[in-house]
Ligand binder design. Sequence first.
Ligand code: GAL
Length: 681
Amino acid sequence: MGAILDGNRLVLGTCYYPEHWPKEIWREDLERMLAAGIEVIRIAEFAWSKVEPTEGNFTYSFFDEFLDLAEEAGMKVIFCTPTATPPAWLTEKYPEVLNADINGILYRHGARRHYNYNSPVYQELSARITEKFASHYASRPCIIGWQIDNEVNCEMNVFYSESDSKAFRVFLKEKYGTLDALNEAWGTAFWNQTYTDWEEIHVPRKTYSDSTNPHEVLDYTRFISNSARNFVKMQSDIIRKYLKPDDFITTNGLFGNLDNHQMVKESLDFMTYDSYPNFAYCLGAYDDKPGNMKDRKWSRNLAEVRSLSPVFGIMEQQSGANGWNTRMEAPTPRPGQMTLWTMQSVAHGADYVSYFRWRTCTMGTEIYWHGILDYSSRDNRRIAEVKDIHAKFQGMKEMAGSIYEAKVGIVKDYDNVWDAQLDVWHGRVEEASQKALFKALQLSHTPFDFVYLNDASNAEDLKKYQVLFYPHATIMTKEREAVLRAYVEAGGTLVIGCRSGYKNMSGRCVMDKLPGLLSDLTGTDIPEYSFIAPDAGKVTVKWDDTEFEASVFADLLEPVGDGKQEAAYTSDYYAGSGALISNAVGKGKAYYYGSAFNAESARVFLEKLNVINPYGDIVKAPEGCEIAVRAKGEDKFLFVLNYDKNPVQIELCKKGTDLYTGKEVSGQMELAGYQVLVVKL
Ligand code: GAL
């Protein structure tokens, strides 16, 4: 896809801000970048005023001059639309474009992302600046692609302006048609919330103890997602009219209250991600408890990106100490860490890695955000590391376009993600399981994918996975149940966790026996359930000879139909009740587990279901290393990433080619602190 994901090589880039620096240093900057192996820059995402300094007056010379230089130097450019930072003249004249907090207080000029997506004025002026940017610059030979806005829904992903209430009503009228249908879906009979006129409906407002109707908030979250997606699509449709044939449209993410999958599908060619693993080392936030995943946790986010675009780009990869919110409290990457984090991104499918940022900012809110170069821009260790990464990329070319391999999937869907963030107690179950599964999978060297489900999903999308975990499918629909059933019938293994199937799409609880629509598929009935009380002590489960601890919640299970009790609780009044039921359906099996996962129970499932450590006969490495494999045709590319600052011993049980050196390797070897081994098998 375009010049950065062409399937032939791995490409380096950086984020550059011509508007931050005197023109006299532009040329030297570009030449130094190219000499370091950086061949792409991203520019202009916050530079609206450089093109429209006052309303309706457009001047293109600033970026024309810069792009002339870029073309002369041979630098490729990702150009951005500047809508993340409206100019002062705009918000001053049209305050209705501003976002507001839940009390209706407007967010003023001075930061960024302070606009709302639904203001007709902002939509019009954003469409116009996008049209001006695209029509003027898109034909430039140095431009290879476009980034829309910057980090859609970052920093601010709730919107409470007047325009939002108006647009929310339109969204709800389209969705429900009548107020009767809306009242029913939102359960407004409760606490006399019945609406008799559409004008009575607003985006959530301040209420006593912030207890807004949960069904309204769920729809409101869907509405935010739609608003953001429509804003991106509006820009993407404009840019496409001017796009050169090989050029691409992307945006950088990933942020909440946004159906990123639908956004990519309708507006983008692929997703890019901003990866800042050094936040794991922030003073205050740092947690050195054994088993803490620290910077390795970013592999979870990279798995999310892969679910959007199996081959993707990193638009911003951390290259220096972090800035404004923690004022350099996330320290400068230690020698080797930039390479480690770059390879972490590549291991998951990034064929393009662009560092944030070329030079350290000397002003403004990000005054302390360090880039590759420090304030003086003298040559330093980090630019030397970039050069070294570029050299390493030369040996890794043939893996471009290859896809991360996984036999385990974690199923998610936006309705449940959004319902869990609002239904705070359920979030506890969901969060515990998500963390535990990730940890158990990572530490046991078991690669996994995230798989997003919606009512249009097809069992074909799921069949490549031997095992799927759908930890807490609270909201369930007949359509989704049918997809899961077809997956199991075809031979798949599905594991569902506690509190599943008890809500409908409005987030209202169903009156069926639990787990509702999942009862038949899992052969399970849940006559009783409870949070595990703090005084309950250790609640244990026994599966064959293996005993492990239940977490957070206990559904007490009974088999129905052909369901078979596999495990029982062994403590407290739960003792003897079913904790795990299996149900053979077609060629596969569905499991219902009555609790949330912890790292121990998740590991037991991986072992029992025979999916743990699939590369165990190829490589042996300590838990502190991540194992990933990208595959293209018959070729397999193995990554062993050492996140520890100390050396570790590993064993490669098969001969392969070390892609850094081109030499054949096998047997026992030592990986230095932060070292990554990249081997073609
Ligand atoms: C990103 C953002 C950049 C910059 C960076 C460092 O989230 O896209 O503009 O702010 O973080 O804070």
